[in-house]
Design a protein around this ligand. Sequence first.
Ligand SMILES: Nc1ncnc2c1ncn2[C@@H]1O[C@H](COP(=O)(O)OP(=O)(O)O)[C@@H](O)[C@H]1O
Ligand SMILES: [Mg+2]
Length: 320
Amino acid sequence: MRIAILTDETGWHTRQLQTALRRRGVVGRCVDLADCRIDTAAAWHGLAIPGYGRELPDAAIVRGIAGGTFEQVTKRLGVLHALRELGVPVYNDARAIERSVDKSMTSLLLHAAGIPTPPTWATESAAQAQRIAIREGAAGHALVLKPLFGSQGKGLQLVGEVDGVHHPLPPLDRGYGSMAYLQRFVPPVCDPGFDWRVLVVGGRAVTAMRRVSRHWIHNVAQGARCEPQTLTTPLAALAERAAAALDLDYAGVDIVPVATDTHEIEMQVIEVNGVAAWHGLQRVTDFNIAAALIDDLLDRKHAGAALQQAAGPRSAARSA
Ligand SMILES: Nc1ncnc2c1ncn2[C@@H]1O[C@H](COP(=O)(O)OP(=O)(O)O)[C@@H](O)[C@H]1O
Ligand SMILES: [Mg+2]
């Protein structure tokens, strides 16, 4: 069995996956999606995956997709779509990755599934964004402006009044792709504030942590410290619902605590990551995350796809 680890950089995460694969007697090879080609002259399936010759991997795990031009990213996602169409299980699937990378689609799907998440707006009109900020401000709410495809807490800005300081809406053509993705700001419930990161693997929440920092952006990449967090039933259930709403095989779910009018603490999902890193989380849990991912990929996703292929017409296509 040969598994492609699709990644634009090798390091701790890919080593973890390689070790987990070796333990299962499986060969893992790191492949950069940027180096994958469509070549209809080379093989019946039309894909050229470095290291696989005219063959295809038995499954692929997506660990990283580098940013690029619209055209480059379209081709990279196209390769993921093609692999699925050719019967190669892709973990997470391209459709699910697209949903989770686009924060506005994530918000829409969470909302449609009835999952508690802050009110969110995505608009190309700066004037409309301004009107939303004014209306929300009048109701006592600030907003968070986020890059639509952002990650690691980069590029987030407050809009409106927080702690007596007014934050104007910045120009949307600088860093926001002339798009306003606005989410109602959830003020911290304590000092220092925190949020939760819950990892869901194969539909089940498996481990969690708190990310704690004085700054309102609690990403590890922005300097938040990781603390252990018991996986309570409500936290696990909320994260599992969020992962299911986006149809993700595995997901890193960001959840914030919200203080209610009656001083109780509720939870809201603010983001769902389909290409989640787990270095910080692994530092505060005994649970072997890479092993759980690989076990789920092999035992559920790959085994399920193999059964389907044995029964369906694609088996003929792959062996042609
Ligand atoms: N609406 C919000 N209210 C309060 N804090 C937020 C809100 N949105 C984001 N944050 C903080 O910023 C962090 C990064 O936001 P997130 O939407 O997860 O984007 P990224 O993809 O950059 O991680 C969150 O983990 C949280 O700490
Ligand atoms: Mg996040």
